[in-house]
Write a protein that binds this ligand. Structure first.
Ligand code: PEP
Ligand code: MN
Length: 348
């Protein structure tokens, strides 16, 4: 069974003029893969004084373009009413709005009783519960057609992107809300053009249901997000290079079953080894407590990490991965040892 055709939403970060809108609509309407056009109409800017969108004027121009359906961001209940008046049938909730449950609630009230489709972007902080919570609010208000949009997270380590993708979070959303389609917005993850193809391919390989990508007729002159928007030509080339893979196949299933049994077995061994390792760490904690030694021993930690990294290198494992893994194991060891030390101290 082939993967369904991915949903492909594309369009400018912001509507800037009637000509710019018309140009981009003409280019996108010529691409059969494009399902909907995104248009920023109200732009919540981090600092005052920037271009904040053309509001209803843009909606008015959009209502005269018939080639494809549009979606736009709504931030206030008034925006919902204006969008509905101009025939918009899909709206999206921006990252900053999702972060604020009161604002989400107000928008749900404005949408109650309509058949509007709602796309909910994740909040900037890496907290899947805020994302789930916003989706739940729309569903409780009777909005049946809700999808999620992954636009990355604003965290201390952004991994060279504007927003770190932290793929585990949308994967967790899928696990807890399996019936909610998830789109990826690689434009706001990347913040620049170069990583867009790779990010989009990763999203499709992870089983995302579609993509939302910023496309502008003249990206370098864009009033917002100039660095990340693609020209229609670059977008066309990117879409041509994307590979849509199958989500399942009976033949592959049989081959995979045997390999997955091996993975399950190896994972059980990893867990048993970890349990044994923490047991040894507990014995060490008793000796440290008896000898009045600090739980954290920087020299020992340095030696462990450098030996493990050397071994990882020999084994062809990624040093970054092994470093993360050992940081997690060590942090847990320290926590377990602290717990034992505190129990001993409290009993004295
Ligand atoms: C946008 O889509 O143009 C936008 C402002 O995105 P986000 O809410 O993800 O920052
Ligand atoms: Mn944008």
């Amino acid at each position: 069974m082939n993967q369904k055709k991915p949903i492909l939403i594309a369009g400018p970060c912001s509507v800037e003029s009637r000509e710019q809108l018309h140009d981009v609509v003409r280019s996108l309407a010529a691409m059969p893969e494009v399902t909907m056009i995104r248009c920023g109409v109200w732009k919540p800017r981090t600092r005052p004084g920037g271009f904040e969108g053309l509001g209803e004027q843009a909606l008015e121009w959009m209502s005269h373009e018939q080639a494809l359906p549009f979606c736009c961001e709504v931030i206030l209940p008034d925006h919902v009413e204006a969008a509905l008046r101009h025939g918009i049938s899909t709206v999206w909730i921006g990252a900053r709005t999702t972060a604020n449950p009161f604002m989400v609630q107000e928008i749900t009230e404005a949408l109650r009783g309509t058949t509007v489709q709602v796309l909910v972007k994740n909040a900037p902080s890496p907290d899947v519960k805020l994302w789930i919570g916003a989706i739940e609010r729309f569903r409780k208000a009777g909005i049946a057609d809700v999808a999620a949009v992954h636009r990355g997270f604003d965290v201390f380590r952004n991994a060279g992107y504007r927003n770190n993708p932290i793929w585990e979070i949308p994967i967790e959303l899928r696990r807890s809300m399996p019936d909610i389609p998830i789109l990826c917005d690689p434009s706001h993850i990347a913040g620049r053009r170069e990583p867009l193809l790779n990010l989009s391919q990763t999203a499709l390989d992870l089983g995302f249901d579609g993509l939302m990508i910023e496309v502008h007729p003249q990206p370098d002159n864009a009033l917002t997000d100039a660095l990340q928007q693609l020209s229609p030509t670059a977008f066309r080339q990117m879409v041509d290079r994307l590979v849509v893979r199958q989500t399942d196949s009976r033949i592959a299933d049989q081959e995979l079953r045997l390999l997955r049994e091996q993975i399950d077995h190896l994972d059980n061994q990893i867990l048993q080894l970890l349990a044994a390792r923490f047991e040894v760490a507990q014995q060490i904690a008793h000796i440290k407590a008896r000898e009045n030694l600090t739980v954290f021993q920087p020299k020992r930690w340095e030696a462990v990490l450098s030996q493990r990294l050397a071994a990882a290198h020999e084994l062809g494992l990624s040093p970054d991965f092994v470093k993360h893994l050992y940081e997690a194991i060590h942090a847990e060891s320290v926590r377990v040892q602290e717990e034992i030390t505190n129990i001993i101290v409290n009993h004295e």
